[in-house]
Design a protein around this ligand. Sequence first.
Ligand code: PLP
Length: 393
Amino acid sequence: MKNSDYNTLFVNTFVRSGAPLVKGKGAYLFDAAGRKFLDFGTGIAVNAMGHTHAKLVKALREQGSKLLHVSNYYITPPQIEIALLLLKHSFGDRIFLCNSGTEANEGAIKFARKWAGQFSPDKYHILSFSDCFHGRTYGALSATSQERFHKGFEPICPGFHYAPFNDLSATRAVLDTFQFAAIFIELLQGEGGVNLVDKGFLSFLREYADAHRIALVFDEIQCGMGRTGALWCCEHYGITPDIMTVAKPVGGGLPLGAIICRNSVVECIKPGDHGTTFGGNPLACALGCVVLKEITKKSFLKGVKEKGAYLEEKLGALKLDYPVIQGVRGKGLFLGVRLNADPAPIVSKCKELGLLLIKAEHHTIRFLPPLNVTKSEIDEAVKLFEKALSLNQ
Ligand code: PLP
């Protein structure tokens, strides 16, 4: 099959070009044509430990030779181990294991609605914020405020409302209008352009949710699991949610998501209320345990902070020579370079030069390297990025 003819095989949902990727090692990917890429997108914030990390490959082999699937009618040791790890390292009392971020948010919507429904049949409304992204299936899509994701797929589900991110008085006005079951928030918005929540705004949400029996849900699917230099982004704020959804890096590259919950909001959930065939798959859980044990090491998170600051400084310095750069945003190794022009040509130029980056809203280019990236790989990435900027001028 000729280069890019493969596009005709798939529903036209992704724009892909170039030879298929066949191999990965650490921060690098290799394609079938023999080209090498420095991967600063990590499959949209998934490969936290880089590609084919020896500990992940070992766990894959060991668990793969024991058991691949049993369904959730039964329990497996990797499920127990990952539950213990996630609960030990979070505010949570119980977890539900699923397969993806979207699915984690779907489950969280259901749990919150069943819990809030005990107080009033009208207490089913869900609030989320401008520029947020929570997933593609109907519940998660309805919680996603960006209209471009809804276009052509209306009607979206009833009971979903949006307020401007970080705007306290406008948010209070929406909250005062309906009986809410849950507030969904990404503390560091990814797809929406690398936007950090303000501490005062988050404190307000916590207080309002407590006063009105609303479940506060943190979507840490992209910003969680060490990406910002703390295990969970909410640790930077000292504020905990009632429910937290995680996915992406949690399965070490295999599909895994989790809904981490306080007992109080899920005591009402009974057998049969929710389920999944594959969720908590033993292979994905075994890999997830490896990732969690690695990331929760103090030295690992310290490294993320240091390397994040190093990358941020280097990207910030480019602003002097390239006025197309408006600023650098984000936290830890979750950084966005905001431009005053369409980032698409620069992202494509980077790929041509051997650097993979990801676009986001508001003319933003995301830098999401592996969390164990080295300083010399950061130097190499910034050099390639600068070359792409200079060729684009
Ligand atoms: N929530 C956030 C914050 C995300 O960034 C994403 C995916 O990019 C999702 C939810 C959906 O996750 P998934 O693609 O695993 O379904």
